[in-house]
Design a protein around this ligand. Structure first.
Ligand SMILES: Cc1cc2nc3c(=O)[nH]c(=O)nc-3n(C[C@H](O)[C@H](O)[C@H](O)COP(=O)(O)OP(=O)(O)OC[C@H]3O[C@@H](n4cnc5c(N)ncnc54)[C@H](O)[C@@H]3O)c2cc1C
Length: 338
């Protein structure tokens, strides 16, 4: 088996995005299991900070394409660089974040290389695999993702064409720097194959809006509201509770469809995956499409007036009662007890 390469997305300041660090954390575990090297690739401009951070996460090689024209993400040049790198290095596994960029880039690269791609994975394992013809493959990547509206999990293998490529959802793996120092080699990638036609857009102005989804994804405390909040006015009380706890507010799809909250705060299978230390589920029933995005929270507190609501079974603390009365009491309590 050859090495594992993680595509580490960088931000406009040349820092590594959280998703890249999560993938390195998970990639390090897989590389140790498979007995291969963990490597990273970054593309952009002025990425000293990103490479310094990536070193701490145990990458043994960082492939770096750094030039002014690559400062802003563009599909064609980024895909060309990655395709050339993977053709040369022949990794066995390549991991991307299931971000807007990863979802755009990974299929292009997979198509250029003629290999498979499993999108939106929620867990990965290395194990042997025997196909229906009896052909045995050793140390294959088993890629698990939700299917059929999240009602079942499916495991996909693609051992006959390398690399085995997957995009992974953020918020599932945590970020853990490597213990001890790792020797890390920085390799500058040749970008001379890029020509001006590869850069089809010109950026005139960039406006960075507050990224609510990113704030929720990294919050330590989340107060999430569902359809059971009953109205937008009731839902707005959750912002008060969240601010008392230094947290963020999330929502279910039903609450968003009812107009109580904005779409960028949706938690679940088709929204953000979160893993906070404390998760309040307020007026939420606990349908699998929602819980798929929050069931790894450290402590879950459910507030629902239906004692049979599935969310109570998942919760560490279940409060059976009216959500608005309970939230009001919590706000009163926390205003007196910081
Ligand atoms: C393909 C697909 C993808 C989806 N993706 C997502 C996703 O990513 N995220 C997501 O959230 N959903 C998603 N959904 C929708 C999901 O299936 C559920 O419909 C949704 O999560 C339900 O939201 P809810 O719990 O707020 O509402 P409900 O299921 O209607 O639950 C409301 C709860 O509030 C309780 N309640 C009512 N009044 C009160 C009160 N006064 N006090 C206390 N409790 C009260 C009720 O007992 C009930 O349990 C998806 C659905 C599909 C088909």
């Amino acid at each position: 088996m050859n090495n594992i390469i993680v595509f580490c997305q960088t931000n406009e300041k040349g820092e590594s995005c959280q998703i890249g660090l999560e993938l390195l954390t998970e990639g390090r575990r897989l590389a140790a299991e498979a007995g291969v090297k963990l490597e990273a690739v970054v593309i952009g401009h002025g990425m000293y900070q990103a490479t310094e951070t990536i070193k701490k996460y145990g990458a043994q090689t960082i492939y770096c394409a750094d030039e002014e024209r690559l400062k802003e993400y563009e599909t064609v040049p980024y895909a060309k660089i990655l395709t050339a790198l993977f053709e040369q290095e022949k990794p066995s596994i390549v991991l991307f974040g299931a971000t807007d960029m990863g979802r755009d880039l990974a299929p292009r690269v997979a198509c250029a290389l003629g290999c498979g791609l499993t999108a939106d994975c929620t867990s990965l394992e290395i194990a042997d695999y025997t196909d229906k013809n009896g052909t045995r493959y050793e140390k294959v990547l088993h890629q698990t993702r939700p299917a059929f509206l999240g009602n079942l999990l499916t495991t996909i293998v693609s051992p006959s064409r390398m690399p085995q490529m997957a995009t992974l959802r953020g918020g599932l793996f945590g970020c853990q720097p490597a213990e001890g120092a790792t020797d890390c080699k920085l390799v500058t990638l040749d970008t001379s194959m890029l020509n001006d036609n590869d850069f089809s857009t010109t950026l005139h102005e960039s406006i960075i809006l507050e990224n609510k989804a990113a704030n929720i994804a990294t919050a330590k405390v989340i107060v999430a509201g569902g359809y059971g909040m009953g109205s937008k006015e009731n839902f707005d009380q959750l912002y008060k509770l969240a601010s008392q706890l230094g947290g963020e507010v999330g929502a279910t799809r039903a609450a968003i469809d009812a107009g109580y909250a904005n779409h960028d705060g949706m938690i679940g299978q088709t929204g953000i995956t979160v893993r906070p230390k404390l998760y309040f589920a307020c007026g939420i029933s606990g349908q699998v499409q929602h819980t798929a995005g929050m069931d790894k929270s450290d402590v879950i507190v459910s507030i629902n007036n239906d004692p049979e609501a599935p969310i109570h079974k998942l919760a560490d603390y279940a409060i059976v009662g009216d959500v608005n009365k309970t939230v009001a009491k919590l706000i009163e309590y926390f205003s007196q007890n910081k």
